[in-house]
Ligand binder design. Structure first.
Ligand SMILES: NC(=O)c1ccc[n+]([C@@H]2O[C@H](COP(=O)([O-])OP(=O)(O)OC[C@H]3O[C@@H](n4cnc5c(N)ncnc54)[C@H](O)[C@@H]3O)[C@@H](O)[C@H]2O)c1
Ligand SMILES: O=C(O)C(=O)C[C@]1(C(=O)O)C=C[C@@H](O)C=C1
Length: 299
């Protein structure tokens, strides 16, 4: 299978964190890459990446890495891409392929259309649906994408060969690659990823700001831990995601507020039957989702 996949003599990863670092490790494990250049904002994380064998060279100068690479993976928080795409347009080799791992796609495609001119066909937007609340190169894992979805949202202008290469690289990580429009992508992930993160951050922030908050944290247990795991995620990354997907996320927040208002009214009326019915529907839907994930092994 490997023989049919385009090899990557030089892979440059801008943002060598959990996601970019895991992509580099997976490409190394698949034997598809000869050299990985890690690009970062500061040396401490890059030195960790070098030390752990995630990358082979490091630099804080994106232009030099962009000019040298055959595949460019942009894995910074999504807000950074408006600064990075002008460098891509200026320095990327005509034959090199660019992709990204951002959690939002509409704004990334917008930045690409604004800044990538001659290099727009080289770009294939992507998003691995895998992750964790951990950040940085030390969190990178070679099997992070194994049996996970990766969504690509190719542009009409993306070259067929670039789409094929990016799909094949992700497939080589063990992922199941799906294609959709950026609009549908952003709508889906507003509901199943971005809203849950906002809710989790909001609850922990609310309790942290109580004068007697430590009393509540003292007694919080596994239910609280499960609901709030994702409130340990990176604040800058999630700020960028919320701002980038503002309209779809706001719609989900309004719908959720309406749902909370409905349950609030039922509780005020002590309407146990209706409350139980909502909980039963939710339990059934979640169990069916878990079962389907277990069957497909795309956990
Ligand atoms: N964490 C997840 O669960 C997850 C899952 C899928 C996609 N993503 C997306 O992947 C991207 C990276 O997320 P992550 O979890 O790896 O974050 P991370 O914090 O682990 O890594 C991001 C790295 O990018 C660096 N960086 C930021 N701006 C930079 C710049 N201008 N130039 C060079 N380096 C820069 C940071 O210093 C950091 O080392 C984000 O766009 C995020 O939305 C995250
Ligand atoms: O597992 C986690 O901690 C995640 O937040 C992963 C998660 C998600 O919401 O499922 C977060 C952001 C991504 O863009 C994709 C996956």
């Amino acid at each position: 299978m490997e023989n049919n996949i385009q090899r990557i003599p030089v892979l440059a990863v801008v943002g060598v964190g959990l996601i970019g670092g895991s992509f580099a490790l997976a490409m190394k494990k698949a034997g598809l890459v000869d050299k990985v250049i890690g690009v970062g904002r500061g040396l401490a994380n890059l030195e960790d990446a070098l030390h752990h064998g995630v990358v082979d060279e490091i630099t804080t100068d994106p232009a030099s890495a962009i000019a040298t690479c055959d595949c460019l993976m942009l894995a910074t928080p999504v807000g950074q891409l408006s600064h990075l795409f002008p460098l891509v347009e200026k320095h990327l080799k005509p034959t090199a392929i660019v992709t990204d791992a951002g959690s939002t796609k509409g704004n990334v495609v917008g930045f690409a259309r604004e800044h990538l001119k001659d290099r727009l066909p080289n770009f294939v937007p992507g998003h691995p649906i895998a992750g964790a609340e951990f950040s940085g190169a030390k969190a990178a894992k070679e099997d992070l994408y194994h049996r996970k979805h990766v969504v690509i949202t190719p542009l009409a202008e993306s070259s067929i060969s670039a789409v094929a290469a990016v799909s094949a690289w992700w497939a080589a990580t063990g992922a199941d690659v799906r294609s959709m429009t950026p609009e549908l992508h952003d709508q889906i992930f507003a509901a199943v990823s971005h809203l849950p993160h906002v809710l989790s951050f909001a609850l922990v922030d609310m309790l942290a700001n109580r004068t007697n908050g430590s009393l509540f944290f003292d007694f919080a247990a596994s239910g609280f831990r499960d609901f709030t795991r994702i409130a340990s995620s990176h604040p800058e990354m999630w700020r960028d995601i919320c701002l980038a997907n503002k309209s779809a996320l706001l719609q989900e927040m309004y719908d959720y507020q309406a749902q909370l208002s409905k349950i609030t009214a039922l509780l005020e009326a002590a309407n146990g039957a209706e409350i139980e019915s909502i909980f039963a529907t939710a339990r059934e839907a979640r169990n069916a989702w878990l079962h389907q994930k277990q069957q497909s092994l795309l956990k």
